[in-house]
Design a protein around this ligand. Structure first.
Ligand SMILES: [Zn+2]
Length: 233
């Protein structure tokens, strides 16, 4: 019973969740991000991730990736990609994804976004990342449950928008409706969740609307797209 109450509480907090990502400033450090072992939930996350990876990188090897659960202290952090295929997913998000469809789709959005960071090699673009250390609130080591001298640097807003864009193209390959992606961001906005400087909800939504409209263009040839909406003419 109390579990249900806390789920609801989390749900409320989570309407405004962001899809976060950061990159370690020193690749020689092995991040000890606290992880949670929960096999049934991990299997569900892996299954969802495998579908997205198959669409995103058909020749890629699933075994090159590692998906782990973490109960991030910063509760609006949904996912994290740190390069070399290492992706962390918010444990509570994954738990809720088994229970309701909103969070299942939020998990799919998060996974697509983080996989896009990996495939785009964002964690390796060190020079490009270096110019993003603005004095604006982003994700810090503490938000990840890390103590000590480890520093994280957020991806630039351009990389965040690029990860959204690529993620939505993976959804399209899977036949997943981009309108759901858009609606998740609309829900953030309805909840007055503006994101942070690296994940501005407004810009993410604007881009998602434009991308989704392009994806849903009527096909120019028969069988052109599995996700196209009914032709408007
Ligand atoms: Zn990101």
């Amino acid at each position: 019973m109390s579990k249900k109450t806390s789920d609801l509480k989390f749900l409320k907090l989570c309407w405004g969740l962001i899809v976060g990502a950061a990159v370690m400033t020193s690749c020689s450090l092995n991040p000890k991000i606290p992880v949670v072992a929960d096999e049934p939930i991990e299997r569900m996350v892996r299954d969802e991730a495998a579908k997205i990876l198959a669409a995103a990188d058909p020749r890629g090897e699933f075994s090159d990736y590692r998906f782990q659960l973490s109960a991030f202290p910063r509760r609006d952090l949904l996912g994290l990609s740190i390069g070399r295929g290492r992706i962390y997913i918010n444990y509570q998000l994954a738990q809720l994804a088994r229970k309701n469809s909103y969070h299942r789709w939020l998990l799919r959005q998060t996974l697509a976004h983080e996989i896009a960071h990996e495939l785009a090699g964002h964690a390796n673009h060190r020079g490009a990342v270096a110019n993003t250390s603005a004095a604006l609130p982003g994700i810090t080591a503490r938000h990840l449950g890390l103590a000590g001298p480890v520093q994280f640097q957020n991806y630039s807003v351009e990389k965040e928008l690029q990860a959204d864009f690529y993620g939505m193209t993976y959804w399209a390959k899977l036949g997943w409706d981009c309108a759901i992606w858009v609606d998740i961001l609309r829900e953030f906005q309805r909840q007055n969740y503006v994101g942070d400087s690296f994940h501005p909800t407004g810009r993410r939504l604007d881009q998602a609307l434009a991308s989704c409209a392009a994806i849903r263009q009527p096909p120019t040839a028969p069988m052109a797209s599995a996700v196209s909406s009914p032709s408007p003419h």
